[in-house]
Ligand binder design. Sequence first.
Ligand SMILES: [Fe+2]
Length: 383
Amino acid sequence: MAFSLCLPQISLSGNNALQDLVSRMVTKAIQRPLVVTEKALLDIGLLDSLMSALRDAGITPTVFDGVLANPTDKVAEAAYAAFKESNADALIGFGGGSAMDTAKAIRAMAANPDKTIYDFEGIGKVGLVGPFLACVSTTSGTAAEVTSNAVITDTRRKVKMVIIDSALIPDIAVNDPSLMVGLPKSVTAATGMDALTHAIEAYVSIGAHPLTDHSALASISMIAEYLPQAVTNGKDLKAREMMAHGQFLAGMAFNSAGLGYVHSLAHQPGATHNLPHGICNAIILPVVCEFNLPVKEARFADIAVAMGVDTSEMSQAEAAKAAIQAIRSLSKTVGIPAGLHEIGIKESDLAGWVDAAEADPCSGCAPRIATKAELLAMYQAAF
Ligand SMILES: [Fe+2]
């Protein structure tokens, strides 16, 4: 199979990216976009600059502000109803991964009005490309503005449905660091560690290839260097901008190389306990790296170098282990909890997640196949 690199048609990054988006929407004769976001972002005024720029350009936006963290089937259905009711001709996902994934869900349903959100679970089930979609990221982590993925919780089964289809890749991706300076420390840390997880899982994935390797390693370097600064001083525009670039590069890498067991395992507590995706990933990441290490030693040694470890006096095996130590150290520096037990999970929860983790589409790119017993052992090690 040929190497593939799947990207948005246009990606806008930097301090004027939001204004540039509006100009490009004018060029495309868009008149009535539905802006899909969280009420909390509206309340703090984060949408003000977008809304006034749209109105100044003669565009009439409608807002759906019913997005919740870890968006559910119900949220997706309500958002699609708002899209139809507003007679919108385009979609703007504005926020973190939850807002952008909800906008992607609307796009899938609008393209396939005879289907329900449940019909899209898995790989390649959307098929048709829906209305114009711009995704404006206000965090630095999920890379949902870059990718073909949307994650929607099925409330009937309490499982996160992973929807992967190139029809979901936004037409325009926007990363404007001026929208990120007010992001709280905890969200900066969690989303930044999600981005690091994307880069590392992509680099050791069975789907990794030369077109994804360089962006994955560059991403790891940028995140290791700038995430602590972005957490310590959120107003540090340079750190915010480098994190925006770093998470974008991670998105470029994993959108084509795939992910692995960190995401498969992390999706389950995220769904049953409504926990932040990045926190679950960050806690599980070093455990899965230890499991993968025997089959990807040289790649973990590369990761150590990318994270700034001086490996010049180390053997490959020592360097690979140093990578995992560097991941643990970065997690601690940015305040990630030490284990799943610290975020409200009970040991008795773990066994119930193994089947869904094994079936998660992200498991298909794992470099080392785990048995159910090994998946449970990883949950226990992360506990
Ligand atoms: Fe993620």
